[in-house]
Ligand binder design. Structure first.
Ligand code: BES
Ligand code: MN
Ligand code: ZN
Length: 497
């Protein structure tokens, strides 16, 4: 995508489309007001006749307005009259982008960036715009046969700015948004692919492909024999029932001098539950059980595109969880790489079994911070729904940092506790711990399990079971939490304005 800024009036640019906004009670936004004067009151007339609405996200596409150079004007409702906040802005741009996606517009000029940026900044307005257009342009057609309907031909996104000095931050925001969009799209592709295509080996190949031709990025893949030598009995117990070989993918990006941030992503390419088999209804959605892996690989793609001056390691334990004659059975006791033993009371609590060994392995990178990302518990979906990811941490500052990054990135998260009282639920009569802690506080006890492997590390856990994909009619991966994690890394390397 190409991006540009302009200080000329939106009515004077001969683009395929301009976006303008109107607030409640007949208040026109800056660009709408310009279009209104140029067209001799057309916008006000349409508001009066009730043909365009100021309700947030409502859109009308006007074509060939007299006095306006652009071929189309998309008028989008901005809602209440007040300084436009980032959330409101993003929702409005997303709606306008959807409307524009149904036209043949090749270039668009966003006039909404002229509204007061009091609650946000030129950087974030441009970034949210680029992300919203990326969202609109995303298609997943690779598994469909035959010719697919042509997508939007959009090639160029412009931003109206009031003064030339706003240009640098605007373009910076757009470039960052573009890179985040790259990461989100990759994460969505990996999530949406079916489990018969997106296997552990497929994820490994994807990592290798991302690293090839990038001098700062290397990737290596450990096979089951190598993991066995490292003592990863917990991870390997999950892969015991399947013919697909489990892998440990390790990607290292070296762009700076400091200790790395390590991101660990749960890569269960299909979760049947194993011998503790899941019910059949909706089981297809367990192809999304590698969305933690997809998210951290996506973040790596974002970081590589921006060539950020940081060190980042991505570790992906990836397996398929299947029942069979060789599968792990409830009650089996396995030994993790840390030496701690685990009684596998439920083979469906497999995410933690692969993550714990990946956490132990990751100690070798001496991480400044280590964050695991996982579609870990149904309990998290009950607690927070599809709106916010859960964040648990043994470090208050890291937890706060992640939640705050989510607010700025419009990729929301919420803190959840850890604690001895919850950890007690994991007691086992036969091993150092059990892999389940009962139904009460299921998202928290899962995190407490992982905490036992993060001793001495600055560690956080993100449960994205509710946020990583949409169910129902809009079924599909969301690419979350790529924006949150990218924001965290951008602010760590002071790449934000
Ligand atoms: N992958 C699931 C978690 C999940 C369930 C994510 C539904 C999204 C929607 C995970 O491996 C799992 O099965 N967790 C169990 C844990 C339980 C056995 C302690 C769960 O949440 O039911
Ligand atoms: Mn499971
Ligand atoms: Zn799972």
């Amino acid at each position: 995508m190409e991006y540009f800024t302009t200080t000329s009036k939106p009515s004077k640019r001969a683009v395929d489309c301009v976006i303008v906004g109107i607030f409640d009670r007949g208040k026109l936004g800056v660009a709408a007001s310009d279009i209104d004067s140029a067209s001799k009151g057309e916008i006000r007339r349409l508001i009066k006749s009730g043909d365009i609405s100021s309700e947030l996200g409502h859109c009308a596409v006007l074509t060939r307005l007299a006095g306006v150079k652009a071929a189309r004007v998309v008028v989008v409702g901005l809602g209440k009259t007040s300084a436009l906040g980032a959330r409101q802005f993003r929702k409005a741009v997303a709606a306008a982008a959807t409307a524009i996606g149904k036209t043949r517009a090749k270039q668009v000029l966003n006039g909404l960036t002229l509204e007061t940026a009091a609650k946000t900044s030129h950087y974030y307005l441009a970034r949210h715009s680029a992300e919203a257009f990326g969202e609109m342009l995303y298609r997943f057609n690779q598994m469909k046969s035959g010719r697919q309907p042509a997508g939007s031909p959009l090639k160029k996104i412009g931003f109206a700015i009031a003064k030339k000095t706003d240009a640098a931050q605007t373009i910076r925001g757009a470039k960052h948004g573009d890179a985040i969009s790259t990461g989100v799209s990759l994460a969505k592709d990996l999530g949406n692919l079916p489990a018969n295509v997106c296997t552990p080996s497929y994820l490994a190949r994807t990592a290798k492909k991302l690293a090839s031709g990038n001098a700062k990025l290397t990737s290596k893949v450990l096979n089951e024999a190598e993991m066995k030598r490292l003592g990863m009995g917990s991870l390997l117990s999950v892969t015991a029932g399947t013919v697909e070989a489990g892998k440990l993918i390790v990607m290292q990006y070296k762009g700076g001098g400091e200790k790395p941030v390590v991101l660990v992503g749960k890569g269960v390419t299909f979760d049947t539950g194993g011998i503790s088999l899941k019910p059949g209804l909706g089981m297809d959605e367990m192809k999304f059980d590698m969305c933690g892996a997809a998210g951290v690989i996506g973040v790596m793609a974002t970081v590589a595109q921006l060539k950020l001056p940081i060190n980042l390691v991505v570790v992906v334990p990836t397996v398929e969880n299947m029942p069979s004659g060789t599968a792990t059975k409830p009650g089996d006791i396995v030994k993790s790489m840390s030496g701690q033993t685990i009684e596998v009371l439920n083979t469906d609590a497999e995410g933690r079994l692969i993550l714990c060994d990946a956490l132990t392995y990751s100690r070798r990178f001496k991480p400044a911070a280590i964050i695991d990302v996982a579609t870990l518990t149904g309990a998290c979906v009950i607690a927070l729904g599809a709106h916010r990811s859960a964040v648990m941490s043994n470090n208050d500052a890291l937890r706060t940092e992640l939640v705050a990054a989510g607010e700025r990135a419009e990729d929301l998260a919420w803190p959840m506790p850890l604690g001895e009282e919850y950890a007690e639920q994991l007691k086992s009569n036969f091993a150092d711990m059990a892999n389940i802690g009962g139904r009460p506080g299921g998202a928290v006890t899962a995190a407490c399990f992982l905490e036992k492997f993060a001793d001495g590390l600055t560690w956080a856990h993100m449960d994205i079971a509710g946020t990583a994909w949409h169910s129902g009619a809009k079924k599909g991966a969301t690419g979350r939490p790529v924006p949150l994690l990218a924001e965290m890394l951008l602010s760590r390397c002071r790449a934000l304005p």
